[in-house]
Write a protein that binds this ligand. Structure first.
Ligand code: APR
Length: 240
């Protein structure tokens, strides 16, 4: 049944995405059985202390993920394409926790990667020295500008997420918030819904299952994979 929050006054939408949107593109989610973290200690592979202890282990963890992302078995799915299509009708801004490039490959105009980007590296001596990177990374790879050691451009536990100023601005100016394919367990992404609630602006959650934040949302689409439910959401918005 259509809810009256899908009304004609919605002009700008802030869309948060998580691993559930990439799941049907053959990229594992993080939590749950067979998730990326299953079998890995996050303090070894996704924490600055792990990097200090064993850089080769960290590089090989991300090298494996990078080469998988670039393999022919990974392509954008119907959820990525449905979100990209919404650019034609709305000021549609995606803030993603995903480190893949699948939203971009599907053609979305604005994609803000708050947890970084698997296909780039940065220099340990200067955070502004960022380079596109599609091959394996090793401890013999140094910054072409200043000679510092290069590391993957991914935000690890205990580190600051990226682009928060831009995200704050979008939170203030967007008419609607939609959260897709995230367990809502990781801050600060999981706090965005509360800010929209305080502003009295409509919020929608799309996920395979209900999450710890589901009660906060005005409307939810649950029980179906993103390739189905994100298309349903698009049709609700476009009144089809
Ligand atoms: N369609 C829709 N939702 C799905 C699908 C699917 N096909 N498959 C799984 N999901 C849902 C799961 O039910 C789960 O609630 O996607 C969610 C994925 O949750 P997480 O694995 O926790 O991923 P995410 O929320 O993106 O994690 C946030 O945590 O470890 C960090 O930096 C990592 O960016 C990541 C962050």
């Amino acid at each position: 049944m259509k809810n009256n929050i899908f009304n004609k006054n919605i002009k700008s939408i802030l869309c948060l995405t998580g691993a559930g949107v990439d799941a049907e593109s053959n990229i594992k989610t993080f939590r749950g059985s067979d998730g990326t973290w299953e079998g890995h200690d996050i303090y070894n592979v996704a924490h600055p202390d792990g990097w200090k202890r064993d850089k080769d282990l960290v590089n090989s963890f991300y090298n494996e993920r990078r080469s998988h992302l670039l393999s022919p078995s990974v392509k954008p799915n119907k959820a990525h394409y449905a979100l990209a299509e919404l650019d034609k009708y709305f000021e549609f801004n995606i803030v993603t926790q995903n480190i893949s490039d699948l939203h971009k490959r599907a053609g979305s105009k604005t994609v803000i990667q708050m947890h970084g980007n698997l296909l780039s590296v940065f220099c340990e001596n200067n955070r502004e020295h960022i380079f596109e990177w599609k091959k394996n990374l090793s401890t013999n790879d140094f910054c072409p500008k200043c000679g510092g050691l290069l590391r993957v451009n991914v935000v690890w536990f205990s580190e600051q997420v990226l682009h928060m100023d831009k995200i704050d601005e979008l939170i203030k100016t967007s008419d609607m918030f939609v959260s897709c394919g995230t367990s809502s367990l990781v801050a600060p992404a999981n706090t965005i819904v509360e800010i929209f609630k305080q502003m009295n602006k409509p919020t929608v959650e799309i996920n395979l299952e209900r999450t710890v934040s589901s009660d906060l949302f005005d409307y939810g689409l649950y029980g179906k994979p993103a390739t189905v439910s994100v298309v349903e959401f698009k049709n609700l918005l476009l009144d089809k």
